[in-house]
Design a protein around this ligand. Structure first.
Ligand code: HEM
Length: 253
């Protein structure tokens, strides 16, 4: 009785101005009709993927602005917009976790509906992974080369926490959050189909690990290693303990 009552309301919503502006009639028809779902988890499965595509669309649109603002060196704009991108990335990881409320069996039933579809065909993700190369080209030109500086100078010898540094760190954050998303996705896979399985294209799931290790801005990660080596020259790899020798003896005794 309740299912019938509310399903009918869901399928025939009253569209007022709010709904008309947001095109709710089209939006709410982007999922399978409720009576065609293979089980109760399939609606969640479709909606989570659709929402993730929408967040990626917004993220890509925002990153286009970021590229343009970097070209004119409007750094405050870049920093504000990168904050938005980071928030979107965090939401993507967090919202993906909703699917961990689905049982492995229910997912197997949904999987039968997917043909040979693969997340690697995600339109948003395919565009998203192209953008870092352009972000790097533009950042490198406007915030490093045109300013006659280097990553080493920005991070260490002439470190002043300037806009080059803050934007570099926003790129690092972007890279880290993308990696976290990929690892989180691996946990979801482990939870549902298992890491020793194969994708619907027949590829071993384990291959996704190399993508999860990928770094889009290697130079910005490498500087940390270089700094540790350079600073380490003053104290060497293995350091003396800071605990007085006598105290160490007392503790051990
Ligand atoms: C039960 C849930 C899920 C399962 C079992 C699953 C499984 C998989 C598998 C097996 C692959 C590898 C595909 C291949 O080799 O062709 C893949 C890739 C991918 N999936 Fe999912 N996925 C799930 C949910 C999601 C969600 C919610 C998203 C949201 C965006 C997503 C996005 C992706 C992306 C972007 C890739 C490509 C990853 C890369 O290249 O690193 N997946 N997924």
């Amino acid at each position: 009785m309740y299912r019938q009552k509310y399903s009918s309301l869901l399928e025939n919503p009253e569209i007022l101005d709010y709904g008309a502006y947001l095109q709710c009639d089209t939006l709410l028809q982007c999922q399978k009709p409720l009576d065609k779902l293979c089980n109760s988890d399939e609606l969640q499965f479709q909606i989570v993927h659709q929402v993730e595509e929408l967040w990626m669309k917004l993220m890509i649109f925002t990153l286009i602005d970021v590229l343009e603002y970097m070209q004119t060196e409007q750094s405050h704009r870049v920093i504000s917009l990168m904050k938005r991108v980071h928030m979107l990335q965090k939401m993507m990881s967090e919202q993906m976790d909703l699917l961990e409320t689905m049982s492995p069996k229910e997912y197997q039933q949904i999987r039968l509906q997917l043909g040979n579809g693969s997340g690697q065909e995600s339109p948003g993700f395919r565009i998203l992974v192209k953008i870092p190369a352009d972000l790097w080209t533009v950042f490198n030109k406007h915030y490093i080369q045109d300013r006659n500086t280097t990553i080493e100078a920005i991070y260490d010898s002439q470190y002043q926490h300037d806009d080059s540094y803050v934007i570099a760190e926003s790129l690092v954050e972007f890279d880290e959050l993308l990696q976290k998303f990929r690892w989180q996705h691996l946990f979801l896979i482990q939870r549902t189909i298992g890491m020793e399985s194969h994708s619907l294209k027949g590829r071993p799931v384990d291959l996704l690990k190399s993508g999860a290790r990928n770094q889009f801005f290697p130079e910005l990660w490498q500087i940390r290693n270089q700094m540790t080596d350079a600073w380490g020259q003053s104290y060497g790899k293995v350091r003396d303990s800071i605990v007085p020798k006598q105290a160490t003896g007392t503790q051990a005794g």
